[in-house]
Design a protein around this ligand. Structure first.
Ligand SMILES: Cc1cc2nc3c(=O)[nH]c(=O)nc-3n(C[C@H](O)[C@H](O)[C@H](O)COP(=O)(O)OP(=O)(O)OC[C@H]3O[C@@H](n4cnc5c(N)ncnc54)[C@H](O)[C@@H]3O)c2cc1C
Length: 463
């Protein structure tokens, strides 16, 4: 029986990053994976969606070339080629992980892994053969899949999840997107840009409901301007797939409405992959579909850990990676600091992009802070004007008493690349004054952060 220091179950951004850090720390490490290396993020999530969204962005530029003084006649798209490009990008990323595993001398064990008592893992390969491996530490990083609602069962054809949504053979003429979290709105934007008639149905009163209210409002305005039909305070009650397309019965405040479409994309969250992996046999505790862990990702069973989408916390790739790194550093005996879940950036890559970290204005008030808020619109930014991307703003929230940077919320072109400044500032416990005195380059979109902070301190220049 092969024996390892650490076996990681699952090779997503949680699992493969954990394995690399473990190997760097001198642990003999193996990763068990039943599909392609890289997990949802590289194969079915973060990366292939961003490839699709890049095609949408380029297509939009071509369609609006005249805005930039250019002539492009008959800008057309080849849906199949757009999907193929996205799959190619994902494949390349997965191969990159393969290379990293080799480089870091990590054994990749292909097959479905199941935990056994005595710190063992049974791995069943595609041919049905099961091999047992042993490790001092086993880290569960089996991730999640698309969540199915009972009244919206996915058949993979007319009612689909995200995997099908990024590999459709034919572009739908009409699509209903259920759920307006990051995944829902990214697909809604992509299909709308490609020419599909998109309706988005959201149960809560606003789109992207976890965001600051100002951001949600601006986002909804932009989506409507782009031609996406938005239904908030609305719930899909049932779907009828018996005809040629789909008929969805949607309950709204005004009553029931029947929507017709070629496909319905269900984007209502995730369901963790915690079934049949031996949790019950080992007595590992779970709660509300998540494995219970402490701040070092230890489960209630010594030597067994869990990280990534299977544990509570934001279901994001960078969170999964950070948790995995912390987990193995703690196993090594390093003095590590627990992850600050209040300082995790969240990004949405639709158009406009959204990026945020920390408290919303409402949360800050609810928590009793006396706050100063600053907002700087991109309509007043030279770089945004030059780029033809004037929609959106940066909003910052500070505690009046100590100047603590409580939250930062951005909406507009390229803001997902700008939020790291606020994450770092907050990590270093900077005050607004210090951000204000840190000279930002001109002309950049990032100047809007400095100006928003200046607005909070009544020192704004360009407004
Ligand atoms: C459409 C979409 C877009 C997204 N975009 C973003 C984004 O832009 N940014 C972001 O931060 N996050 C994004 N996410 C979320 C992100 O993909 C996840 O948070 C992240 O992949 C979680 O990483 P993980 O390692 O916990 O699990 P996963 O990436 O789900 O990986 C788990 C791996 O474990 C394997 N596995 C499961 N069970 C077993 C078993 N028993 N034996 C062996 N292998 C097993 C699976 O095959 C999989 O490869 C997106 C998700 C989706 C669906």
């Amino acid at each position: 029986m092969s024996k390892y220091d650490i076996i990681v179950l699952g090779s997503g951004p949680g699992g493969y990053v954990t394995a690399i850090r473990a190997s760097q720390l001198g642990f003999k490490t193996a990763v068990v994976e039943k599909e392609n290396l890289g997990g949802v993020c590289l194969n079915w999530g973060c990366i292939p969606t961003k490839a699709l969204l890049k095609s949408a962005e380029v297509f939009n530029y071509l369609k609006h070339a005249e805005d930039y003084g250019l002539t492009v006649k008959d800008a057309k798209h080849d849906f199949d080629a757009v999907v193929k490009r996205s799959r190619g990008v994902a494949e390349g990323m997965s191969k990159g992980v393969q290379f990293l595993m080799k480089k870091n001398k990590i054994d990749v064990i292909n097959g479905f892994g199941k935990l056994k008592t005595g710190k063992k893992v049974d791995v069943t390969a595609d041919d049905g053969k099961t091999t047992t491996y042993e490790a001092d530490h086993i880290i569960i990083a089996t991730g999640a899949r698309s969540r199915e609602l009972p009244n919206l069962p996915q058949d993979g054809k007319k009612v689909i999840g995200y995997r099908e949504a990024m590999t459709l053979k034919e572009q739908p003429k009409k699509m209903i997107v259920v759920g307006s979290g990051a995944i829902g709105v990214e697909f809604a934007h992509f299909y709308n840009a490609m020419g599909t008639e998109v309706t988005i149905v959201e149960y809560l009163p606003t789109l992207v409901p976890v965001e600051d209210e100002d951001v949600s409002k601006q986002f909804e305005k932009s989506f409507k301007k782009a031609g996406i039909k938005v239904m908030t305070n609305a719930a899909v009650e049932s779907v009828d797939t018996s005809g040629k397309g789909v008929k969805a019965t949607v309950k709204t405040k005004k009553g029931e409405e029947i929507l017709e479409a070629d496909v319905v994309l269900s984007a209502v969250g995730i369901k963790t992959n915690i079934e049949n992996i031996g949790l019950e046999d080992l007595g590992i505790k779970t709660d509300k579909d998540k494995i219970i862990v402490n701040e070092w990702y230890q489960t209630n069973v010594p030597g067994v850990y869990a990280i990534g989408d299977v544990v509570p916390g934001q279901a994001l790739a960078h969170v999964a990676s950070a948790e995995g790194i912390l987990c193995v550093e703690k196993i090594k005996g390093m003095h590590v600091e627990a992850l600050d879940y209040g300082n995790i950036p969240g990004c949405t890559y639709a158009s406009p992009e959204i990026a945020s970290v920390g408290l919303t204005e409402k949360q800050a008030k609810e928590q009793g802070y006396d706050i100063r808020v600053g907002k700087f619109p991109f309509s007043a930014s030279g770089k945004a004007s030059a780029a033809g991307k004037k929609d959106g703003f940066v909003k910052v929230i500070f505690d009046k008493k100590y100047g603590e940077w409580l939250g930062c919320h951005m909406i507009g072109a390229g803001v997902t690349d700008m939020i790291a400044e606020a994450v770092l500032g907050r990590k270093l416990e900077t005050t607004g004054y210090e951000v204000l005195k840190a000279v930002h380059p001109h002309p950049t979109m990032s100047e809007a952060v400095m100006e928003a902070v200046a607005a909070a301190y009544d020192e704004v220049i360009h407004l």
